[in-house]
Design a protein around this ligand. Structure first.
Ligand SMILES: [Zn+2]
Length: 616
């Protein structure tokens, strides 16, 4: 039985009328159901009361079973995909999209299929635009499709390669912005299953990469490179191709530092495919060849660093490093995995575990450097520069250089500090970093020169915040909490006691004093001053209890102090002690005098140990 046109009036109807009419005439089991739906679709397309009709259908559906829902969806799909009348196809697509938008349980696969099976390119465009607009909320559905074929077919469809690429981009964009790796697998399967599309897929990916803010760029790079060793050959080739694009490579260096080169070196030695091994070898050689100019570019903005990088001493160290790395087995180099919950002390603890059971004091830094795949050497460095951390492209580990003119304990502190840069997350962001260590390992303020360099935006060195972290790492690597705390508890907090601790652990008295005061239970304060200005200080709770709860150490070294007297003689290693007025050191003390022991650590630098009078 044919439904008469008259049954669907042409004029604008009220919502109530539409619904009533639909409920009376629509019967999914009637043979003329498809015709009626087609009539409806044409009507919706002509925009005659589109809204009431579409809403009428949605309302009608609510009173129907799931089976009817499916019948309607399939019926609409057929009209959208195949009906020769453009208006019927368009109208059916509009209703279908309304169903997708407003009903739960809609099968997204229908839309995917429609996007590349529709005869009408207009329908493809409508559905494609809708899916692109909702790709974010639909990411789960994308992943659930499980069947990569649907997506890859879309990409492969010759008539719609452009549309397919829009998909590919939307997918990657979503991945980078939302860190949702649910459809990460689709990305890799697509690369693997459609090698003939590599060129288009690669360009699509790099377009997306170029358009992203830097944090998302890093996420995309991390995603593509993270598991490259475990990927099939075709994916590895694809990823290596990406590294030929310099902005992508630069971001990869920022994210992974020397671990990028190490990972590739590893791949070069272990990949089953000769083609991959060859490709990686070529890539690494390319990086090595251009390394010198890359390093110079990294030093730009800091004239001192430029001079250092170009010096004979560094050139020799680099040559030695290359030889050393060539003789190393990359597969045996240890890497400490990152954990967002860890701080410097945790990383130091992890590094110490590499020493195994046979731990002895002082901590064997050379052994640790070798285990972690870091090249270590003394070098002629400008005064005031303690160490250099160099990540030279092509080398599977960092070059750690320390100033050979410094004292033994400061050299050790510097090496430990640089190891901190090699291990802790974020510290490998710059190819070149100049270290100025601070043995008290207390938080530092930006000094003026660092502020200037930071302001120019060209900062080859890591910020002070990272320097303080590296100092703390060094303190806990050289003076591991457990062993050091034990030693502190059996040693009196005097200069003599601290000197003994310093010798046992291979650190300076200053480093030992500040680490000890974090662990001791005695009433004591430690002050480190430079040219009479207090740079770092720390006191225990017991000390505060004894000298007054609101007492604090002054910002300068007072005239009545032993430190002030020593500063005049300024002779390294000079020690003296006395009872001095408390106000010479403290603001608002509640005691009249305190006991002071001071030591000139080196020219202009004094370490002072303050204890309440009467304290042994
Ligand atoms: Zn540093």
């Amino acid at each position: 039985m044919q439904i008469e046109h008259a049954q669907i009036p042409m004029g604008p109807e009220s919502d109530g009328m539409v619904l009533e009419l639909l409920q009376r005439t629509l019967d999914a089991s009637a043979p003329n159901f498809p015709h009626l739906i087609r009539e409806l679709a044409c009507r919706v397309d002509r925009d005659l009361g589109r809204l009431p009709w579409t809403e009428g259908i949605l309302a009608w559906l609510k009173t129907q079973s799931e089976a009817v829902y499916r019948v309607l969806a399939e019926c609409l799909w057929d009209i959208s995909a195949k009906d020769p009348s453009p208006e019927a196809a368009r109208g059916a697509t509009l209703i279908l999209l309304a169903l997708a938008e407003h009903t739960s349980g809609f099968d997204d696969k229908l839309l995917f299929d429609l996007a590349f099976h529709a005869d009408s390119t207009e329908v493809t465009r409508m559905v494609g635009a809708y899916l692109l607009a909702t790709v974010r909320t639909r990411s789960k559905a994308l992943a659930d499709l499980g069947n990569v074929a649907a997506l890859s077919e879309l990409v492969r469809e010759q008539k719609d390669v452009e549309q397919g690429m829009r998909w590919w981009r939307a997918l990657l964009d979503d991945l980078a912005r939302n860190a949702d790796t649910a459809h990460g697998e689709i990305v890799f399967s697509l690369i693997e299953e459609r090698p003939e599309l590599h060129f288009a897929l690669r360009n699509g990916l790099l377009d997306v990469f170029d358009s992203l803010p830097s944090a998302e760029q890093q996420r995309l790079v991390r995603f593509m490179l993270n598991s490259v060793e475990a990927q099939p050959e075709l994916v590895q080739l694809f990823v290596l191709d990406l590294l030929q694009y310099s902005p992508f490579l630069e971001t990869a260096r920022q994210v992974f530092g020397y671990q990028l080169d190490r990972q590739l070196r590893h791949l070069e030695q272990t990949a089953p495919s000769a083609r991959i091994r060859n490709y990686v070898a070529t890539l690494l050689t390319q990086w090595e060849i251009s390394a010198t100019s890359t390093m110079k570019a990294a030093a730009r903005g800091d004239p001192e660093l430029v001079r250092v990088v170009e010096s004979q001493s560094i050139a020799e160290a680099v040559r030695a490093a290359k030889e050393w790395f060539n003789a190393q087995d990359v597969t045996r180099m240890s890497t400490i995995l990152h954990n967002p919950k860890w701080g410097p002390e945790d990383y130091a603890f992890k590094a110490l575990q590499l020493l195994g059971r046979e731990r002895s004091l002082p901590v064997d830094l050379e052994f640790l450097c070798a285990r972690l795949g870091c090249f270590l050497q003394a070098a002629h460095l400008p005064e005031g520069l303690d160490g250099l951390f160099i990540q030279r492209p092509g080398l599977p580990g960092p070059i750690i250089l320390y100033n050979r003119a410094q004292s033994e304990s400061r050299k050790r502190f510097t090496i430990a500090h640089e190891l901190g840069h090699a291990i802790m997350p974020g510290h490998t962001r710059y190819l070149l970093h100049a270290s100025r260590v601070s043995e008290p390992a207390e938080p530092r303020r930006l000094d003026d020169t660092e502020k200037t360099v930071a302001a120019t935006g060209l900062l080859p060195c890591v910020g002070s915040e990272w320097e303080a972290d590296a100092d703390r790492f060094a303190a806990f690597l050289l003076m591991p909490r457990r062993w050091f705390a034990e030693a502190v508890w059996r040693t009196p907090m005097t200069l003599e006691g601290l000197k003994a601790l310093a010798a046992e652990f291979g650190v300076s008295v200053t480093a030992a004093a500040f680490q000890a005061i974090r662990l001791t239970r005695e009433a004591v304060a430690v002050v480190y001053s430079e040219q009479g200005v207090v740079r770092f200080q720390r006191m225990t709770d017991d000390f505060r209890d004894r000298v007054g709860p609101s007492a604090s150490v002054l910002d300068w070294v007072g005239a009545g102090t032993v430190a002030a007297t020593l500063l005049q003689a300024n002779q390294e290693g000079l020690t003296q002690e006395a009872v001095v007025p408390a106000t010479a050191w403290l603001d608002r003390p509640q005691v009249a005098e305190i006991h002071e022991q001071s030591l000139v650590t080196h020219t202009d630098h004094v370490l002072s140990l303050l204890t309440p009078v009467g304290e042994e």
